[in-house]
Write a protein that binds this ligand. Structure first.
Ligand SMILES: C[S@@+](CC[C@H](N)C(=O)[O-])C[C@H]1O[C@@H](n2cnc3c(N)ncnc32)[C@H](O)[C@@H]1O
Length: 314
């Protein structure tokens, strides 16, 4: 399993009875998690100190209950595989010490469907591709070109930009794209080479193929079910194979990586691996790895599974 264990300002404190207890900076939240089918005693003191609790309702959805939680707050993540603020890809190549890193800042607010605006487990993927981007040592005038699809509040976009890439960020929701821009500004990446697009990912990919545009890195984190700006339906199981085949046509001849993340229960890592081997390795060589991703749990010392990722790299 790939474990996101580099967070300082986020922690899963405990998990039991269908819920996880999390520290988000100075605040503690309790949120439902379908993976948590065990029922261990609530010994962690955090269960009694919660600032917010999302109660799932039997009819689906649910509602938040708040105990002195601000409407919004922020946490930061130190991305190891990134260029320090003062450096360019070329100058960093000389230092070759990837231990300085760069701080990414995320605005948080509890909103519908238990979301907070960030998926902390994705940090393990951010480290993987930002390391590849940095090690490509591309000159500033020919940066690695990255396409981030279903890009939400921009965690992956910021990580790629912080590593020196030019990024195209695509999401169907104008609100999410606005939120991602704010995260970029808060991370000192307000002037980074990022194109922010509100669009349906399938339509966008089809247009990019017609335009002949290509990318060295592609990232996608499709929801199980989603809608485009004009109501275009996305269903993971039904659409993902054709979409991988479509988007593979956008990979440049110097392509470096391709990342697919999935929260769709039942979509095993081996399925992601099979599809990526068929669609990408057959054309570009390279190799695929796929595995679950997870977050360490303080109370038990175990790891909470949080979906699966497939990674292709040259
Ligand atoms: C689960 S979130 C992605 C999480 C994100 N990759 C992250 O780790 O931060 C799914 C996103 O897909 C977007 N979305 C859903 N259907 C879409 C579509 N057809 N085209 C573009 N974006 C879509 C939603 O607006 C939402 O922001």
């Amino acid at each position: 399993m790939w474990i996101a264990d580099n967070w300082k300002e986020y922690q899963v404190l405990d998990a039991s009875g269908g819920e996880k207890l999390e520290r988000w900076g100075d605040y503690i939240l309790v949120r439902p998690d379908p993976q948590v089918i065990w029922n261990t005693p609530h010994d962690h003191s955090g269960w009694k100190k919660k600032n917010g609790h999302y109660h799932r309702s039997a009819k689906g959805g649910g509602e938040w209950e708040f105990f002195n939680l601000p409407d919004e707050w922020s946490i930061s993540y130190l991305l190891k595989g990134a260029l320090p603020e003062s450096e360019t890809a070329a100058s960093h190549a000389e230092t070759d010490g990837l231990d300085t890193g760069r701080s990414l800042t995320f605005r948080l607010k509890p909103f519908s469907f238990k979301h907070t605006g960030l998926f902390p487990e994705q940090a393990v993927n951010w480290e993987w591709f930002s390391d590849i981007i940095c090690k490509a040592k591309r000159p500033k005038d020919r940066p690695v070109r990255v396409l981030n699809l279903f890009a939400y509040t921009g965690g992956a976009t910021l990580a790629a930009a912080a590593a020196g890439a030019g990024v195209v960020h695509v999401d169907a929701s104008r609100g999410m794209v606005g939120w991602a821009k704010e995260n970029a500004a808060a991370s000192g990446l307000g002037n980074a080479p990022i194109r922010w697009l509100v669009d349906d990912c399938v339509k966008f990919a089809e247009r990019e193929i017609r335009r002949g545009n290509q990318y060295d890195g592609i990232i996608m984190d499709p929801p199980s079910y989603g809608r485009g700006p004009k109501g275009e339906i996305w269903k993971m199981e039904e659409n993902i194979w054709a979409f991988i085949e479509l988007v593979t046509q956008l990979l440049s001849k110097d392509a470096l990586f391709f990342l697919i993340n999935s929260y769709t229960t039942g979509l095993q890592p081996a399925v992601l691996s099979y599809m990526m081997n068929q669609a990408i390795v057959k054309r570009f060589g390279g190799h695929v790895a796929a595995d679950e991703i997870g977050l360490p749990v303080e109370e038990s010392g175990l790891v909470l599974p949080c979906g699966a990722s497939g990674r292709w790299q040259r």
